[in-house]
Write a protein that binds this ligand. Structure first.
Ligand code: BG6
Length: 505
């Protein structure tokens, strides 16, 4: 999160591996284009996109334009602005497994250096299948390509490993070639606007800190539900499952931001140190307890918005007797002074009733009710509701007197809402993250020990679920709120999952 106004940006070359992939078209190029429109990109920049397929620059740029027109938050590109931006994009067909291709990137970078008369920062963006991350790093190292410690960076998409062992190996391999300061491991949830605001909300308001602990908070819910199924990602997802795909990264990172201690300052390492502390303080999950604290599910067929949708096992590239979970819910504990005894409930799943990501901090009830004991009039516990998407808002729920002659209580909201202009002007996660890489700010990226600690936290469940197959999959229909035993998981403790209705568009 650099303060862009007071920093000079070096000329920058971005090499995108995986140029023909969905991520490049949907996220990376629209993000770079919006940064360009808002004058955040350096004056001198070049994007070299590469994948195996042969395209002319013109054909490739036209494909990207379609992506912008469909996916950019700023809508369709204007002709002149697109022309200005896209002249900086060149396409190079290459086999990224072949070290010889890297010499061609080198030639292009040298040409740019000569033209600009300055040495650029060079960013390598690995938007490719994870089994190619190391190949790319090794070929960068074997070829003549740039690898200056202070001006070369490598961006690694998720999934970062498929378990603790493979994540460690990947870290070792990357760290043989790059310094930690050069490696930007993406978890795009950290770039979401409201997620970043949690830090401001917690650490820039003195009224929050005295309340932010076990004395006042009863429990926390972190919920990321999706309406979509696995779409065309069956072959990846069937080997991953939702625990790897969402919990190990996105949901645990949200948990860290809620639970972390205040860092000394906003330095990237100090912030990440405090997040790692949370992961290290997570109560170790013992295999014998897993059936009591974690629930998995897999979606069956159903109807979504008037259309019949297949069950998970009938999705393309999914095996017909797959045991892969598309839903997970769990109860976690953080064993430290601040959070002892406060349960954190996490849930996420595909083909659920609604797409929504939110965090709910449920405060304790008042210690004594002075109002009449009419059931309808019992004061309800306060809640802080952090809505990440699709609505973006931070809302305090308080009790208030209903206007009238009687003393009747009512729940009212104090809301900070990003509706209207604030919403359309809010950068997408990828804009924030890419700008951070350009500036060399690692605060919102995963450090090696952070990724490993997150894997360590989920490994017992991952191992247990792999060894113990489910016999009742599919166990929830599409367009529902997930398996029934997910309700039971939280109901055992006297709570229920809280769903936040969206504003109608
Ligand atoms: C990705 C997962 O990391 O996050 C996907 O691989 C998931 O399965 C996506 O759909 C959700 O991201 P967002 O930003 O749409 O909530």
């Amino acid at each position: 999160m650099p303060n862009t106004s007071d920093k000079k940006i070096e000329p920058t070359v971005i090499i995108i591996f995986g140029a023909n992939g969905d991520l490049t078209k949907r996220k990376i190029i629209p993000a770079l284009y919006n940064l360009f429109l808002e004058n955040h990109l350096p004056e001198k920049f070049a994007i070299i996109a590469t994948s195996r397929t042969k395209f002319t620059d013109e054909k490739y740029r036209n494909d990207l334009l379609e992506g912008i027109n469909e996916f950019s938050r700023t809508g369709k590109a204007k002709k002149e602005q697109w022309a200005e931006f896209s002249k900086n994009i060149s396409y190079q067909a290459a086999d990224i497994k072949d070290v010889a291709s890297y010499n061609e990137f080198h030639t292009r970078i040298t040409e740019l250096k000569n033209e600009w008369k300055e040495n650029p920062s060079v960013l390598y963006y690995c938007a490719v299948s994870p089994d190619l991350f190391c190949t790319i790093a090794e070929n960068i190292s074997k070829s003549k390509l740039e690898n200056k410690k202070d001006s070369t960076r490598i961006i690694i998409e998720k999934p970062f490993g498929k378990d603790l062992g493979s994540a460690k190996t990947l870290n070792e391999d990357l760290l043989n070639i790059f310094d930690e300061k050069q490696i930007y491991r993406i978890d795009h949830y950290l770039g979401k606007e409201v997620v970043q605001n949690v830090m401001a909300f917690r650490f820039a308001n003195s009224i929050m800190e005295p309340l932010w602990n076990r004395t006042h908070i009863e429990h926390v819910q972190i919920s990321v539900t999706e309406k979509i199924g696995v779409e065309d990602r069956g072959s990846y997802f069937d080997h991953a499952g939702i625990l790897r795909d969402m919990i190990q990264n996105h949901l645990l990172q949200l948990l860290c931001i809620i639970a972390m201690e205040p860092p000394v300052n906003f330095d990237a390492d100090l912030v990440r140190d405090r997040k790692v502390d949370v992961l290290k303080a997570m109560r170790k999950i013992l295999p014998g307890t897993i059936d009591n604290i974690a629930v998995r599910g897999q979606y069956g067929a159903g109807w979504v918005e008037g259309k019949e949708v297949p069950g998970y096992r009938d999705e393309v590239d999914v095996t017909e007797d797959s045991n892969t979970e598309t839903y997970a819910a769990m109860k976690l504990h953080i064993d430290n002074w601040r959070w002892q005894g406060v349960p954190f409930y996490l849930r996420t799943g595909k083909r659920l009733y609604e797409s929504a990501s939110h965090i709910i901090i449920q405060f304790r009830e008042v210690p004594h009710n002075i109002f009449n004991n009419d059931e309808r009039n019992l004061p309800k516990a306060n809640r802080l509701i952090i809505s990440i998407q699709p609505d973006m808002a931070i809302k305090f729920q308080l009790q208030s007197k209903t206007p009238g002659l009687e003393m009747m209580l009512n729940t009212v909201d104090m809301t900070f809402d990003y509706s209207g202009k604030a919403k359309t002007e809010t950068p997408e996660a990828y804009e924030t993250l890419l700008l951070d890489v350009i500036f060399g700010d690692q605060t919102l990226f995963m450090r090696a020990d952070q990724v490993e600690a997150a894997w360590e936290a989920v490994m017992p469940i991952l191992d247990y679920w792999e060894k113990n197959q489910m016999t009742n999959f599919p166990n929830y229909p599409a367009n529902s709120w997930g398996p029934e035993n997910a309700e039971a998981l939280i109901a055992k403790d006297g709570f229920h999952w809280i769903n936040i209705p969206h504003k109608k568009k």
